[in-house]
Design a protein. Structure first.
Length: 316
């Protein structure tokens, strides 16, 4: 896979490991042991941070031996949900205190790469967004705001607020989109995913995804009794949207495609149907627009994409 520069640009640091979360629901000792093993593997370049609730930072010390004098533990820390902006601001202040404390305590063997903050079910004020941005800057981390109003069109106002804030702040806040879960009702429609991708790409808002993206190509899965979004569909849709200025309908056309033969994974470029992207374009878009996705399995998504790439090589 590394020999294909285009595939390398797509896959580098693509999968954040979320073994603590459903459906895996592993204990911390098991999930962190898997991560420690995987960051020493040949495929470690595909692996992003270990996703950890901020409330569990205090439990990491017991596992420091897995990373001391080895590769550091890289963390993306998730905050708790809140009902109101006041609750979110108070909670965030307390969580940031914990992060500052444990970042100093663990700095020899761990580092924080990102924080992921669920927005309350309201339009965030500039004050709250500034609090999130300032906290992220202080720990030299990226910050993603999780959208929480996907069941109605108010999510656009959340993105509007983030976009307006980003106009005056050099270090942009990103958006986190939940793309699935353990039940069919937790999967947003292809039109909703396409709409969020469209708005964020047009406004150059960094975007990451979480939940439901275990497979590269969209497919029906009995365990959730619905079709799961494909991570290759979504990332390719976002990249092509940026390159060609696709609207929501064009993006959705890529997201709903269940024919793997339409996706190109070649040394000559990556693409969908007649649109091909080169590694320099892919690398820039991965760094600035379509950042990563969280998965409770590291093996499943990467091995299925490798199998898809190998099949295309055989056919060619």
């Amino acid at each position: 896979m590394k020999e294909n520069l285009n595939l390398y640009a797509l896959m580098e640091g693509l999968i954040d490991y979320a073994g603590l979360f459903p459906p895996a629901n592993l204990a911390l000792k098991d999930a962190i042991a898997i991560y420690a093993k995987d960051i020493q593997s040949d495929d470690a370049w595909i692996l992003g941070p270990f996703i950890l609730p901020i409330a569990k930072l205090c439990e990491l010390q017991a596992h420091s031996n897995l990373f001391m004098n080895q590769k550091k533990l890289t963390l993306s820390l998730t905050g708790k949900k809140s009902a109101t902006e006041e609750e979110c601001a108070f909670q965030l202040d307390e969580e940031l205190k914990q992060i500052f404390f444990y970042q100093n305590k663990y700095r020899e063997w761990a580092r924080v790469a990102a924080i992921e903050i669920p927005l309350p079910s309201a339009i965030p004020t500039k004050s709250l967004l500034q609090q999130i941005a300032d906290g992220a800057k202080r720990i030299n981390a990226k910050a993603y705001c999780e959208l929480t109003l996907l069941n109605n069109e108010d999510w656009r106002k959340q993105v509007d607020a983030i976009s307006e804030f980003n106009q005056q702040d050099r270090d942009k806040l990103g958006v986190k989109l939940r793309t699935g879960g353990i039940e069919a009702k937790m999967f947003p429609s292809t039109e909703k995913v396409a709409s969020v991708v469209s708005v964020c790409v047009k406004r150059k808002i960094p975007l990451k995804f979480t939940a439901g993206l275990h497979h590269p190509i969209r497919m029906y899965r009995e365990e959730v009794n619905t079709k799961m979004h494909g991570f290759l569909n979504i990332f390719m849709a976002g990249m092509i949207a940026y390159k060609k200025g696709l609207g929501v309908n064009g993006i959705e056309e890529v997201i709903i495609d269940e024919n793997s033969a339409n996706f190109i994974l070649a040394n000559e470029g990556l693409g969908w149907k007649d649109t091909v992207l080169q590694h320099t374009e892919i690398k820039w878009m991965r760094e600035n627009l379509l950042c990563s996705f969280g998965s409770c399995s590291f093996d499943e998504p990467r091995m299925e994409l490798l199998e898809l790439s190998n099949r295309q090589e055989v056919i060619k």
